[in-house]
Design a protein around this ligand. Sequence first.
Ligand code: F6P
Length: 464
Amino acid sequence: MVSQHGAQVLVASNRGPITYSLGDDGELDARRGGGGLVSGLSSVSDKLWVCSALGDGDREAVRRGVSEDGVRMLGIAPETHADAYNGIANSVLWFVHHMLYQTPLEPVFDAEFRRQWAAYEAYNRAFAEALAEEAAEGAAVLVQDYHLCLVPGLLRELRPDLRIGHFSHTPWAPVDYFRLLPDDIAEQLLRGMLGADRLGFLTRRWADAFTACAEDRLGGLDGTEVGVHGLGADADFLRARSHEADVDERLAELRADVGAAADGTPRRTVVRVDRTELSKNIVRGLHAFRHLLDTRPEWRDRVVHVAFAYPSRQDLAVYRDYMAEVQRVTDEINAAYGTDTWTPVQLGLKDDFARSLASYRLADVALVNPIRDGMNLVAKEIPVVSDDGCALVLSREAGAYEELADDAVTVNPYDVTGTADALHEALTLPPGDRTERTKRLAAAATALPPQQWFLDQLEALRAL
Ligand code: F6P
């Protein structure tokens, strides 16, 4: 069933570049998203993006046959999608690769897990079938992320003529942690991925972890090539966007909120911007900030922790609980140390891109302390956007560590007192040193802009 008019380049991901919402008047409103893949693809022609309908608006768009040029949204049944996305992708695969389980009690691979796994298979099959229908003879297909690990193998069976790549935006689990998965599931995942001609990872560390798992379970990579493509920040876009009027406005508001100490000196800022994601380690970041105030009274009234923690995956109870804990610890710190004129932690929960960019511009210190993270683009974006240079406190478990460690103040993300010391060190970096480090961080962070990142993968796939 090779398409005569099919696309030459196809991308497949769970979340697509567009979201529909259904207004009270019954009209559909389409909103375009951003991100590395959207900018990466912008220079490619004759392309098709295959994605899943996620919410009611998307499903209504699929039902009405509304679509954007270059996008095919799959109307996968909501129960199947929920079991595949919430049940398997986000509650099992994400937990394995980010090492998030509290292992005395979890994971439990029971009959419910097997039922959800069948949904994950069906959801992957729906993608493979759509890609097989849409791809031109010999086309390149780039499958994204842990949601779609089985697609390469399934697609290979349907269309042996295609060039198939898969890219992981997450870390990959080390061998001993990957062994938590039932053997048959682990093998199915690996064989699914090895259906690709080429696998891409964000860092050498994650690529090596995958290779080690494939050797452990299957005895090798079975001819599949593995490559590393460290997605960088989009400097041109960020520099232009962060100087638009709405960002200037938010910056003025933020400056006023942060305020000045009793002697009139503007307060310093420790900034973090994250989805409220279990792997981002926001709660330990707050504990570290509290430890700084506990142990170094000279910082009281002189520093504000601007913490933007935007809602994510709120269908999952563990994410809702985590968000509540972020709020609880924030309130505790503000109750213990806040005064009439100083709020030590300014927590922002409403996603606001312009305000995030304003906080990047203002940051004296950027706090990026994930437990484990595929790359962490915030670590790369803040040095690019920062007005006066910033010091970066960076977890050694973030993918960005491979490229940015030399000019960052690095931390073990579990070590709260160590992180507090790192915050102090970052806040007291001599201005000249801070400026020089920021320049080098920005250069390293922008070494591989999204468009080049995507084109490199496409070229490598076609060269095979
Ligand atoms: O980091 C992996 C990833 O899939 C990213 O590509 C994406 O930014 C993020 O997770 C989003 O997750 P979700 O679609 O579940 O909100």
